[in-house]
Write a protein that binds this ligand. Structure first.
Ligand SMILES: Cc1ncc(COP(=O)(O)O)c(C=O)c1O
Length: 365
């Protein structure tokens, strides 16, 4: 990759998650100043450093030849494969260009009903601007002091105008995971009253199961899934939502048509990635090993952190006395940043073992 392209990509990725255009400009400028930008280690967006899988790469290359045609076949096959995996039918699945497209779609669908949305804070926010623009008032509910999504307070924040409740499990950026029993009870209680948008971008890294089995019983439950994380295909832009067929139909109506999203090449890659169990197991194991390298360094440095079952780590540098973000950036390691203004909690993505050894060394230097 060209130096300028890498710079631009790094800056854009960081900017996508910040709150203002001013911050975007400041970040872009800062990384432009880095001395050896070609050697940057990018730990900002929880991308899988190993993907795409060998099988996905092969299928994507072959699919280039057929990309003069719209991808009806592969979309249908992919929906069928996902349905088989989740115990549903293809009518329970809508594909999108990444799960963020579908998060936005569900937010707009909820906004059409007019009212408010309830979400934890901090959490994954990309869907919020579109929701606000289309008229949803968003009530943010602080996490518990253990950084868990506070289901009780979220319930209390709801009123008869609440049309959407967003939950990210495991939660980004904290990595905390709601136990399946608690989450299931919450869904059963809330789903008759409001749309529940459950973001399962990181479930495959976690020991807690998906809530996919509930979608047939609760038409208000929409589960967003992505090929960007464990499958290592963030740049290919493939995601899907799982919901009751009546809900999927309504979401379909908000998309221009079935082929408006991911490309034929990306969909072919996703189809192969889904079946590449060896690669998925490898990514999960490597992620855990690389994560533990950085966690051990945090232990050594006396920095508290949330035990993580995801591809990122959330840690509290309040009592460390040094600027960890700056220490990492001085060694060309970018991406550690705060999601809670006024605190010194930082999130860093998990890279390869080698990258995390470098991050650990920078932290302990
Ligand atoms: C919780 C969460 N949901 C959704 C996404 C978006 O993923 P996609 O690449 O599928 O749009 C991300 C990306 O970082 C994420 O962290």
């Amino acid at each position: 990759m060209q130096r300028r392209d890498l710079l631009k990509q790094t800056a854009l990725t960081l900017a996508a998650f910040t709150l203002s255009r001013d911050l975007f400009a400041a970040e872009a400028e800062k990384f432009a100043q880095l001395p050896d930008v070609d050697k940057i280690i990018k730990l900002s967006s929880n991308e899988n450093p190993h993907g795409p899988s060998p099988m996905a790469r092969k299928q994507m290359m072959e699919a280039v030849n057929g990309s003069n045609r719209y991808p009806w076949d592969v979309t249908t096959k992919l929906r069928e494969e996902i349905a088989a995996l989740t115990g549903h039918t293809k009518e329970h699945i809508v594909m999108g260009a990444g799960s963020s497209e579908l998060l936005g779609l569900v937010a707009v669908w909820a906004a059409l009903k007019k009212g408010n949305a309830v979400a934890p804070d901090p959490t994954f926010r990309l869907w919020m601007p579109a929701a606000r623009k289309t008229g949803l008032d968003i009530k943010l509910v602080p996490l518990t002091d253990k950084k868990m999504t506070d289901l009780q307070r979220m319930k209390e924040a709801m009123n008869d105008q609440t049309k959407l409740v967003y939950i990210c499990n495991p939660n980004n950026p904290t990595g905390t995971v709601l136990p399946a029993k608690e989450l299931e009870a919450f869904i059963k209680d809330i789903a008759p009253k409001a749309i529940i948008l459950l973001d399962e971008a990181y479930t495959e890294f976690s020991s807690e199961p998906s809530m996919a089995h509930l979608v047939n019983d609760y038409p208000n439950l929409v589960i967003a899934k992505t090929f960007s994380k464990i499958y290592g295909m963030a740049g290919a832009r493939v995601g899907y939502a799982l919901a009751h067929p009546t809900t999927i139909k309504q979401l379909n109506e908000l998309q221009p048509w079935a082929n408006a999203g991911a490309s034929a090449v990306s969909l072919a890659g996703a189809l192969a990635a889904l079946k590449d169990k060896t690669f998925i197991d490898f990514c999960k194991k490597e992620n855990a090993l690389a994560r533990s390298i950085f966690c051990k360094a945090l232990d050594k440095a006396g920095i508290p952190y949330i035990p993580s079952e995801t591809s990122f780590i959330y840690f509290d540098t309040s009592n460390f006395g040094k600027d960890v973000k700056a220490m990492l950036e001085a060694k060309g390691i970018v991406g550690a940043r705060t999601f809670e203004e006024g605190t010194k909690w930082l999130r860093i993505s998990v890279g390869t073992q080698d990258e995390m050894k470098k991050a650990a060394a920078a932290l302990l230097s």
